[in-house]
Design a protein around this ligand. Structure first.
Ligand SMILES: *Cc1c(COP(=O)(O)O)cnc(C)c1O
Length: 383
């Protein structure tokens, strides 16, 4: 077993943008002293949108103020509102339920697939009613949701499909990028996401030109971008910052290398953890179709003991999420009486996520893997 590192290994990178500090200072100066004094939704934002459209092959990309806001804009553009239902995962992050409720609609919670930890299409189908307007699966941990099955389900029932790919940038399934399986997808640029930045932002991705035009209008108070102060729709303030757009254009060049480094560490963990399955620790498969590399999530019945063991050996882990969404105080009243989500409840008891970021060193990754392996040596089931 490797010696514990001198300082604890943080869950997220402690020096995300260290290499880019001088570039960022230069951008702040350039944007700040630019003659046109345009700080939002300018030419740099438009260039970033075009660059991401080219990269993903999407018909259109619309920058906005966060991943959460991207979900809200898409729901609004689709006309989801009071009386409507949207099927969301029972296990995931708060915006999945909150944005639907903010739109005036009702979230209907589908149980998850026990391996992917994403909404299970077979659990979603019986939840579809005449009120259902959209399905909103999310890629949450290390494996993409079963998008071919969701696409087929949405088409068969005439529903819109919103793909919450906020953290799955770089993932592909059957050669199709995460974000391009739904009628609309999105990426979040909050700092810890794969294409994170030192600020808030995100994009909507879609091939639907009408939807893109509506999102563009809604992100800036319902204006059409031509006639100022003519408001066609009740919009939102969800604009994008020119400093961040220039910074993201700069960082885009290194994105593939950073994604490759994440994939390399993730594959290393999977090789180290494969033998632990017989000791009750379930890790995602090595590489493969539909994988992406945001955080590295494993399942074990001894989750809390593993969490403490990691902390004692200088490794910071996170529990995403300690409760299913319908068990959250904010969302419990949207759950129907008697409904249960056994796989979501099991994941909430068993899931734990390990550090995974491009500037994690080989020695740190090895220490993390050693620490997990040593734990199962003591706590593993002897079957
Ligand atoms: C991060 C995230 C969001 C929200 O994005 P923000 O930019 O933080 O608002 C939504 N859905 C998923 C799956 C996310 O990971």
């Amino acid at each position: 077993m490797t010696a514990p590192p001198a300082a604890a290994i943080p869950f997220f990178s402690p020096d995300l943008f260290e290499q880019d500090r001088d570039v960022l200072h230069g951008i702040v100066h350039a944007v700040g002293t630019c003659r046109d004094q345009k700080f939002i939704l300018g030419e740099r934002t438009a260039r970033l949108e075009r660059a991401l459209a080219a990269r993903t092959g999407a018909g259109d990309v619309v920058a906005c103020s966060s991943g959460t806001s991207a979900l809200s804009l898409v729901l609004a553009a689709m006309g989801v509102g009071p009386g409507d239902e949207v099927v969301v995962p029972a296990f995931g992050c708060a915006p999945l339920a909150a944005t639907v409720i903010d739109a005036g609609a009702r979230p209907v919670f589908a149980d998850i697939d026990p391996v992917r930890l994403t909404a299970d299409p077979a659990a979603a189908e019986p939840l579809i009613t005449p009120r259902t307007r959209a399905l909103m699966p999310a890629h949450m941990f290390s494996v993409m949701a079963d998008m071919p099955a969701f696409r087929e389900l949405a088409d068969r029932h005439g529903l819109r499909l919103i793909e919450d790919s906020a953290l799955a940038q770089g993932g592909t399934l059957r050669g199709r990028p995460a974000g391009r399986w739904g009628d609309a997808g999105l990426y979040s640029f909050v700092q810890v996401k794969p294409f994170g930045m030192p600020g808030e932002g995100g994009v909507v991705i879609t091939d639907d030109a009408g939807l893109a035009a509506d999102v563009r209008m809604l992100r800036n108070h319902g204006q059409d971008g031509v006639h100022r102060f003519v408001h066609h729709r009740i919009g939102q303030n969800s604009r994008f910052d020119e400093v961040m757009a220039a910074f993201q254009l700069h960082r885009l060049a290194g994105l593939d290398a950073r994604l490759a480094r994440r994939a390399e560490i993730s594959a290393y963990y999977s090789r180290r953890f494969a033998p632990l399955a017989e000791r009750g620790l379930i890790a995602p498969p090595e590489g493969g179709d539909g994988r992406f590399h945001y955080v590295y999530t494993v399942l074990t019945d001894d989750r809390d003991a593993l969490h403490a063991h990691l902390a004692a050996h200088g490794v910071t882990a996170h529990v995403y999420y300690p409760r299913p969404l319908p068990a959250q105080p904010a969302f419990a009243r949207y759950a129907r009486p008697g409904e249960t989500w056994p796989n979501a409840e099991s994941a909430a008891r068993r899931a734990i996520s390990l550090p995974l970021y491009p500037n994690l060193t080989d020695a740190q990754a090895e220490h993390i893997a050693d620490t997990v392996c040593a734990f199962t040596g003591v706590h593993g089931r002897t079957s």
